[in-house]
Design a binder for this molecule. Sequence first.
Ligand code: PMV
Length: 334
Amino acid sequence: MVETVNIPPAEQRTRAASADRSEISGFGHAHAKVILMGEHTVVHGAPAIAIPLPTLLARAFARPYRSDIDSRSLSDGHFRFVAGSADHQGSGPQIAVEAAMRQWGITESAVEVIVECDIPVARGLGSSAACAGAAVRAVADFYGKVLDPGKLYDFVQCGEQVSHGRASGIDASAVLASAPIWFHQGVARPVYFGVDAALVIADTGVPGRTDHAVAGVRRALDRDPVLAERLIGRASGLVHAAAIDLAAGRAEPLGLAMLDFQELLFELGVSSPEIENLVVAALCAGADGAKLTGAGMGGCVLALASIDSAPAVSAALRCAGAVQTWTVHPHHIC
Ligand code: PMV
């Protein structure tokens, strides 16, 4: 074991159950994230706040590449790729691993990586970055390389630039972070989540394409520089205010700021009828605020609710069509 990765006991059990241990020589994991506020405008220089979701994991296993390995037995949500061979699929995780191998000077060796991802794909929860982070960690473990956090972020970002078209870096930071982060122009720092409330995440069931959404926003902003200046300025103000409310433990204004940010994302063209429907359902069930999270045009909605009202908000979201919900208490992640 080369890199310092704290694997909790439950995860160790998952690791043992997930693969034939006799064949595995490298292991890594990373987790999902939600963006509390600032998606899209973060690509254009405004700050954003993201929260890690340590219970939703991507796990990766690295083993020596053998051309005779039968890969057909992989189940849903799991995939494999070979890095360091001519087998170029060009997925984000593969690009991240190959960037790492190039940097380590590994050119004469191929490694097979199997990724088991519990994070729903294309739902704004950071699955591509988490899979890349897990894969790079597994391959580092396999080759006995020490990974410093900055380099790991850089490798994941190489993959993210492909998945997002142009990636701000917030996903790469948040899926590797152990606490909520403030992210601005490529730099992340911990932010205090002082609001004793729950976040209820609801999956619309509709996949969103981050690269399409990012490109659409770019076109809208390029078309109208006055609108761009107004929206980026407004976004920046809302995120700064949100950080102050977070630190002060004020749920109500934070919820209202989330609603304002949702309006801004609507104006940018990345909301959808399914998202709007879930936002209304969360508010009717007593949430303080709700908005899409991640790239939008599908994906997930994030609602802020008191600990007492979170079960009702979650139930209302499912009633309104959410295919899955998760409730987290970020106050406890700090
Ligand atoms: O890929 P998603 O849905 O987690 O969204 C990433 C956040 C964006 O702001 C839309 C893109 C970026 O790179 O910041």
